[in-house]
Design a protein around this ligand. Sequence first.
Ligand code: NCD
Length: 357
Amino acid sequence: MTGPLSTGPLSTGPLRTGPLSAGLSPGAAAPDGRHLLSVGDLGAEGIDEVMRLADTFVEVGRRPIPRVPALRGKTIVSTFFEDSTRTRLSFEAAAKRLSADVMTFTGSSSSLNKGESLRDTVLTIEAMGVDAFVVRHACAGVPAQVAHWLEEIGETRGPSVINAGDGAHEHPTQALLDCFTISREREQRFGSRAGRPLVLSGLRIAIVGDIRHSRVARSDVLAFSTLGASVTLVAPPTLLPPSLVGWPVEVSHDIDTVVAKSDVVYLLRLQNERMNEQFLPSVREYTATYGLTAQRARLLGPSALVMHPGPVRRGIEIAAEVVDSPASVITAQVANGVAVRMAVLYLLLGSGAPIGA
Ligand code: NCD
């Protein structure tokens, strides 16, 4: 495996990392319906199917008892080898609202610290009888590797694997919840629900910040462009990927012009945990040049949305008052994340039980 995404030792294994590893070409990989490893596996129809179902699950979440029996008897294990607040809790809330049993594994307090290999850890958990692994790992390709190990066992229909973020590679459920949030917020605010199948066609979306280290950016570019949006990346040259060949994007270094003409401005955190060299002269200069400061936010159009996957570092990539401004849909992203993950779990594991009972 070559290319900018082959980070970390696991990327030399039998990776099935989807189209991003060969440059961006949405829809190039066929979904097998068992795992969700790349949002590129879904195509426009697949993304739309998740959105439709998520609409239903938003409604379930508003009930006095926000729970349906759809995944009763199924067991989902969240295996997080890297820090997470919202993604892990969101998946666990989604699984519980579908009446699945949830097991939680945290890498830092596991037998990995006693020298057990990742493969043995995965197969140990599998032996307990689980239906899905939700996997987050600091190395690109780990969810695909876990899927490969589980397929090697040879069961007709073994556990599913859902990529909850792997290194700087992909974060498919974040992209799905972002598409859902854009569509829903535009409908609620301006009555302009995207058509079916869901399209973001004609929308101008700017993704601003540390694109180079961002799995969210990779999955979002795939999903937004698959749905017809035009995406502009705004970042200092050092925080862009070494190659953008095949990415369906434009690049700009002029944030003021881009902010003024965008329908969505999507900010990214500086991901220091993945930086192995100095990429910026100073954080203060970054904020002045690329941050969505309060002053710069005045350039936003009246219908523009401001988004961020979290965790937000107020005052660095985005001013505190912009996070809390009416244009910001950051809290809606978190809320929608539960419904979208319910949809993903239901589609992968659904036993045919009705949703609404
Ligand atoms: C992102 C992640 O972990 O990739 N957060 C998230 O999952 N909501 C982005 C980040 O860490 O900056």
